[in-house]
Ligand binder design. Structure first.
Ligand code: ATP
Ligand code: MG
Ligand code: MG
Ligand code: MG
Length: 485
């Protein structure tokens, strides 16, 4: 039986390896040479050029377990963490890829056979979705695989927005894309939620486990869909979601990896209730933060580094909420290294720098956190609406280092939203005041941009105190993140 996350990773790679796929290492979380992308968000990213026919990799089938971060950009799950059973900022995506080799029929058969024969999942627990107009996929599922018609759900475009469908996958606003077919697992009627395509689909009863994308187009900046040189396949299955099923639990946070991290965090901070939501958030965030640093991102006030800083600060705030009296975050790293097995190699190599930078960041933020939280609490107590004004959110950002999404995270626990437009306006005002004063002020705008072509050149010792930094060779800024992403 393949049960532990480590066993599942090996089983997946072996299955596709035995079916003629080249087993390829995960690429970095910092996309190489792709200014359109904030972080690697899917297994296909490293193969983008191969799909476009611009690169010949010497093989036409590949399989990977790809580390991914979805905490900004087109795919952003930061706000889901702590609220759903299935979303993380960092996760591993198991995938198989065909570059102009096999297409729909084989892709569907491989996935189905892996789930129902190798992993022996009961077929009655599974249902699938297809893109509305994809009759070919319907026929394959129905006739070749034998899935009953009522368990094949057609999902169309959202009103008036062509290709804006859960069953039309795109990595970003441009690039390879195509219709897809997804496999869902029913965790049982005791859990709230409905089948895909129903109003209750956002519940966590039917959980999407595997997305099979039929890569057919290269989306241009003006929206034009150019056919790819050869139809290809890209699939992705979150390892934590399939591990939850194999381990007989509902939430990803109940699987081996997360339980180890949650227990360790509870022990360090001194919490008894292992179900506490903040422990889940911390267990999630230590993964994204550690892997991002291992891949060369450092906390900073701009670009990728600012996204990292925001995640660290969120984790520190949740630790504070649990009553942490000392630094705790970096102390989770040894446990993380232990549970990640082979997938944690990059952490082992960068252990010292990860610990050092997480600790420094936590200590720095801890100095203003308490006061900021006090001010926020007072403001929330005085509120007679359920919207916090942008001025206060800006003051917390400006004076206490509260990224606006952190303020929103605190507010959300009390069913309050932040006036983000007001926040933006306060920030713009501050910027123009600074400009009027001769540009001596801080350019707050830089905090919200990501670098352009970013190339990681390695770590450099900066000074005798051992503070270490990553060097980037950056192009111009290409993407502005909306505040609160
Ligand atoms: P969802 O609808 O649940 O948000 P998705 O449709 O955004 O998932 P895809 O872009 O299709 O996900 O990615 C392929 C697979 O990766 C998903 O089927 C799922 O198993 C996994 N996955 C996606 N996002 C996450 C996440 N934030 N955390 C963990 N696993 C994820
Ligand atoms: Mg999603
Ligand atoms: Mg989905
Ligand atoms: Mg999907």
């Amino acid at each position: 039986m393949f049960q532990t996350t480590t066993e599942l990773r090996s089983a997946f790679l072996a299955y596709f390896g035995n079916n003629g796929h080249q087993v390829v290492d995960s690429s970095s979380l910092v996309p190489h040479n792709d200014p359109t992308l904030l972080f690697t968000n899917a297994g296909m990213n490293q193969f983008k050029e191969a799909f476009l026919g611009l690169e010949n990799r010497g093989y036409s089938r590949a399989t990977t377990s790809q580390r991914c971060v979805r905490a900004g950009g087109k795919h952003n799950d930061l706000d889901n963490v702590g609220y759903t059973a299935r979303h993380h900022t960092f996760f591993e995506m198991l995938g198989n890829f065909s570059f102009g080799d096999y297409f729909k029929e084989e892709a569907i058969s491989y996935a189905w056979n892996f789930l129902t024969q190798t992993l022996k999942l009961p077929t009655e627990k599974l249902c699938v979705t297809i893109y509305d107009t994809d009759d070919e996929a319907f026929e394959i599922w129905n006739k070749k695989i034998g899935v009953a018609a009522e368990n094949i759900i057609r999902i169309g475009d959202n009103k008036g927005a062509p290709y804006a469908s859960d069953n039309f996958w795109q990595m970003g606003d441009t690039g390879p894309c195509g219709p897809c077919s997804e496999i869902f697992y029913d965790h049982g009627e005791h859990i709230w939620g409905g089948r895909p395509g129903t109003p209750e689909e956002d519940g966590d009863r039917f959980i999407e486990i595997w997305n099979i994308v039929f890569m057919q187009y290269n989306r241009q900046a003006d929206g034009e869909m150019k056919p790819l040189p050869k139809p290809s396949v890209d699939t992705g299955m979150g390892i934590e979601r399939i591990a939850a099923i194999m381990q007989g639990v509902h939430s990803n946070y109940e699987i081996d990896i997360f339980q180890a991290l949650i227990k360790k965090a509870a022990e360090i901070i001194g919490v008894e209730d292992l179900e506490n939501k903040s422990l889940r958030v911390i267990a999630d965030h230590i993964r994204s933060c550690s892997f991002l640093i291992a891949d060369g991102v450092m906390p900073s006030n701009e670009g990728r580094g600012y996204v990292l800083r925001r995640i660290i600060r969120r984790a520190v705030r949740h630790g504070n909420k649990l009553g942490a009296t000392d630094t705790f975050f970096f102390k989770l790293l040894p446990t993380l290294i232990e549970v990640m097995g082979d997938a944690g190699k990059s952490l082992v190599e960068a252990k010292a720098i990860i610990e050092k930078s997480l600790k420094a960041e936590e200590e720095q933020f801890a100095r203003t956190l308490e006061r900021g939280l006090g001010i926020l609490d007072a403001a929330l107590n005085e509120l007679d609406t359920n919207v916090l004004d942008g001025e206060t959110a800006f003051k917390l950002y400006d004076t206490y280092g509260f990224p606006v999404d952190l303020t929103a995270d605190v507010c959300r626990e009390r069913d309050i939203t932040v006036d983000e437009a007001g926040f933006e306006a306060a920030m713009a005002e501050q910027r123009s005041r600074a400009q009027a004063a001769g540009n001596f002020g801080t350019d707050y705008n830089t905090g919200l941009k990501i670098e352009g072509e970013t190339e990681f050149c390695g770590y450099t010792e900066l000074n005798g105190e051992g503070s270490v930094s990553a060097i980037y060779v950056g192009g111009e800024s290409v993407e502005t993140l909306a505040a609160g992403q």
